[in-house]
Design a protein around this ligand. Sequence first.
Ligand code: FAD
Length: 520
Amino acid sequence: MNTLTPVHSMQAAIPPDFSSALPPELFRELVEKAPLAIAITDKNARILYVNPAFTRTTGYVASEVLGGNSSVLSYKVTPRSVYEGLWLNISNGLPWQGELVNRRKDGSRYLCELSITPILDDAGAVRYFLGIHRDVTELHELNERLQNQKRLIESIIDLAPVAVALLDENERVLLDNHEYKKLMGRFGKQEPAHAILAGLRAELSEPAWAQALARNEFVDQTLRFDRAGGQGPQWFSASGAWFMQSEPSADTFFAAAPKRYLLLVLTDVTALKRQQQEQWLNALRMMLAEGELVARLRETLAGAAYQLAGPLNLMAAAEKRVAQRIPAGDAALMAMSEARQHGEAALALLQGAMPSIQPEAWLPLNCNELLHDVLDLSTDRLLAEGVVVDWQPALRLPAVNGQAVALRGALNQLLANALDALHDSRRSLRELRLATRQEGDWVELEMIDSGPGIPEALRLKVFEPFFTTRPGGARAGMGLALAQEVVLRHGGGLEIATACPFGCRVVVRLPVAQGEAVHG
Ligand code: FAD
């Protein structure tokens, strides 16, 4: 008798003594009870046996299909090439596995995952086929729905007008959209998401960042990034949400090891900020003009009071002398006394009318912002005088603690000095280089102009009040003295550096705010 051999025989792995101990009818019973639809056919696919699960899957009872061809299940939409591949394999004694669209007895369709194993005789010829069917319609539908959803989400994200990136635990960008790709190169060589996260960590300070992590989100955090050249700063609004997800691997089926992902959403708010900046600059211009007006008024009133105080002192002295010689109650003495009192009342009125200087709050400030504001304020003059500006800010700077109006006023004064020097310069190239950097616990602001420079001998003298190098003393000579006073009040230093190949190099050094957040 010929023995039959399934192509994937387990025979070699099972010790002969155990398998021979099993009753032969056990195998038939196993097939009968198997939860998968099983059909055994001859080499022409004529059905010889089907199990009860086959009936449950296809709706055909054994008597309806025995002797017929397996093609009874064919719905005729499966491409011919699939059958050709199937037959090419199995008629050569090779197993085949694939998907077909089948039709049940009631006409309904299902997706069948079919696995066919040829059973060969001793001579290696195909005698039977063992077909195992599985209805995978639901799985397929689920998978399709999942894929459709994925495609939909991807296209929505890609079309979104904001930059979106998905980051893993190691902050590797796993997924990004069209808008995010457009940000490449905007942060030098740094990955945009990394630049934003580094900025956020610094901006939010440790407790605030820990709070964001605990809440699993941060919302609408605005960050400023300064760029070299004439590009101006750029602002981003960043929101993010962390979520946990398990790896879809067998290893994590019973022991889920969820990983943390971050969905980062960035909006470029530079245009909006520029608009706000423009409004802010106008307000600033008014503030500076008002400040100047107050200073002038104080100066005028002080001058008038001084002018009045002189004659009043003389009158008081004369009155005293006259009072020694003539009796009290004399009409002339009383008239003198009345005139002096009127004069003193007028002096008091003048002093009372002196506008007071508003005290200013101390706040964490960004020196890039201060210097850029001042530069913006002088745009018209820079353009009119053809000054080439080289703006080299540090991408990010630590905050300094200071009085914004006073510091801005001091920087404005230094810039005005540089522009005056460039105006006087005979050089055809009028260049102004502004840079900021962090040096240890200090923030440095550097201003270099290509003007005539300040001779070494006058390096300290220029800080004296009323000293001026300008011919004819056109200006009061108070600018540097006042600017230095403001910087010293901030615990910093202002110096005119000697090591400058051309023009004048002024460096303002301000201490980094202790324990303050670092911001852009
Ligand atoms: P057919 O004329 O039967 O054949 C289509 C292609 O197959 C032709 O290119 C033909 O050359 C080739 N072919 C057919 N018979 C042979 C053969 N004996 N030797 C070599 N090539 C051959 N089909 C289903 O649609 N659903 C099923 O669930 C299914 N289960 C099967 C289970 C087993 C165990 C086997 C062996 C086959 C099964 N088939 C099944 C395949 C089925 O027999 C038909 O080939 C298929 O249904 C196409 O039928 P048809 O009448 O459209 O074309």
